[in-house]
Design a protein around this ligand. Structure first.
Ligand code: NAD
Length: 500
């Protein structure tokens, strides 16, 4: 029997009233296992109304009340790691250990939210003028929305809502319609943790649901993570509707390998970061830039390692890489490899046409490695979002940096070298939001913020960390005078107030 995933509104399951459903597929078998309800405008309005109602009390609740719920939620999430990872594997396809890693990185943000009291401490300046004090405080916004991608169905929502609700906001999440179950399970765990009804809501669906959130007058801010074209659209539309918005987009993450690098370590890192999660990570390394004479040796070391990757269902503990999210996406990824030679690339490994015995209808593709890729090739210019690694050659450090900086994307980047001076220069000269030095996927820990530059992020705030707290709160500055009874009356003074 097909499972049905419904909305989560006001602390309970809300059956899809629109009658529209979308299919959810097990990528390892190609079988439709689940139907997910697609929200109509009325259903989105019901979720926003529930969140607005809940904000009346949650927005006034004490820090202690809010963090107490989050501590309980943290314990529940920890206890249900495996179960959530299983939901992720069943709908996304990534291997179980990778899904567990995603939950662990999400937990880091809950840790941060449990300690939100420290981040929300205001500032006080005493005696800025005679008997005048000034304090700065931050207050919640109200109802805020999150729209999230398929590739991290638990972690990316967890980048958003723990901070938002810890700050006193209420939340409406529109997760990816391709793997919606983890989001609802998070809602159930929040309810079990004692979160009041309506503080966290989930509506499923497509553009209809998203567009309603973008225009709804009661939604004060929108956090989005997804592809660049949609991120740009979300930023433009939500901004035009007067909302605060952060919209994180796609990526093409480069790894610069200098001639003095430890090439075995660089090859290990390139293979792990390029093919982990089948390349469906916004921080995947998709382009290696080999500097000087190391190119041939590096490509050979990458090839040796990549050929050994075991591809299979995410539920099989021996699998290192699972299938892609949909058959259509698999075919699109394959088209880049199929067209690569004609565009001047050397095809070292061709993963097209790969299948797994007993799972022939799964969305499989093998490992592809393209060498001497020209910057004009589509495989280099586009975000492929699959297990395809491009290697480019540069004569010098400067040429490599110029190549990376010419990319329209600026999410993450890495340098592999033993030269501290070169690494320091790279940190300052590279145009990307997250930099790794001998670290291939530099996803910041929860107490720093995550975000890219250029076409990888639209908006002024990165996500979680201090930026997250700033995004989900607004500032207020209070200037106070408590006159001494002995003071002479100030009298009327129409001049601009001066401090003295
Ligand atoms: P996507 O842009 O297709 O979808 C993201 C969300 O937007 C989903 O909830 C989807 O339902 C919604 N959506 C899709 N089309 C829409 C439209 N026309 N109008 C309104 N809403 C729409 O992204 P995806 O395929 O789910 O995820 C993969 C992409 O996300 C990749 O580009 C990846 O790099 C990016 N990503 C970026 C980050 C980051 O932090 N920068 C993190 C994870 C994923």
């Amino acid at each position: 029997m097909t499972k049905i995933v419904n909305h989560w509104i006001g602390g309970k399951t809300a059956e899809g009233a629109s009658g529209t459903y979308g299919p959810v597929t097990d990528p390892a078998t190609g079988a439709v296992t689940t139907k997910v309800a697609f929200a109509s405008v009325d259903e989105v309005d019901a979720a926003v109304a529930a969140a607005k109602e809940a904000y009346l009390t949650w927005g006034q609740s004490s820090l202690a009340q809010r963090t107490s719920v989050l501590f309980t939620f943290r314990a529940l999430l920890d206890a249900h790691r495996d179960e959530i990872a299983e939901l992720i594997t069943a709908e996304h396809g990534k291997v179980h250990s990778d899904a567990l890693g995603e939950v662990a990185r999400g937990l880091e943000i809950v840790d941060l939210a449990c300690g939100i009291s420290v981040q929300l401490k205001g500032e006080l300046s005493t005696q800025v003028a005679t008997r005048v004090d000034v304090s700065s405080i931050r207050q919640p916004l109200g109802v805020v929305a999150g729209i999230t991608p398929f590739n991290f169905p638990a972690m990316v929502p967890l980048w958003m809502f723990p901070i938002a609700v810890a700050c006193g906001n209420t939340f409406v999440l529109k997760p990816s319609e391709k793997d919606p179950s983890a989001a609802v399970r998070l809602g159930e765990l929040l309810a079990e943790a004692g979160l009041p009804d309506g503080v966290f809501n989930v509506v499923h669906g497509d553009k209809v649901a998203v567009d309603r959130l973008l225009e709804h007058p009661d939604v004060k801010a929108v956090s989005f993570v997804g592809s660049t074209p949609i991120a740009r659209y979300i930023h433009t539309t939500a901004s035009a509707n007067g909302k605060r918005v952060q919209a994180l987009g796609g990526a093409k993450n480069h790894m610069l390998v200098l001639p003095d690098a430890d090439l075995d370590a660089a090859a290990d890192a390139a293979v792990s970061a390029a093919y982990g999660s089948a390349g469906e990570r916004c921080m995947a390394i998709s382009a290696v830039v080999a500097v000087g004479a190391v190119g041939d040796t590096l490509v050979e070391k990458i090839r040796e390692r990549a050929e050994k990757i075991k591809i299979g269902p995410g539920t099989d503990p021996s699998s290192e890489m699972g299938p892609l999210i949909t058959a259509a996406h698999r075919d699109k990824v394959a088209s880049y490899v199929e067209g690569a030679a004609a565009e001047g690339c050397e095809v070292v490994l061709d993963g097209t046409g790969y299948t797994v015995d007993g799972h022939e209808d799964g969305h499989w593709i093998g490992i592809s490695l393209l060498d001497r890729v020209p910057t004009t090739a589509k495989a280099y210019r586009d975000e492929i979002f699959g297990p395809v690694l491009c290697v480019l050659r540069a004569e010098t450090y400067e040429e490599g940096v110029a190549l990376i900086n010419a990319s329209p994307f600026g999410n993450g980047t890495a340098i592999f070298t033993r030269d501290g001076g070169a690494a320091r220069r790279f940190q300052l000269e590279i145009e990307a939001g997250m930099v790794g030095v001998n670290v291939p996927i530099p996803v910041p820990v929860g107490y720093h913020s995550f975000g890219g530059w250029k076409d990888s992020l639209f908006g002024d705030h990165h996500i979680y960390g201090n930026d997250g707290t700033h995004f989900y709160t607004r500032g207020k500055v209070v200037t106070t005078r408590w006159p001494d009874p002995a003071d002479a009356p100030a009298g009327v003074d129409l001049g601009f107030p001066r401090n003295h």
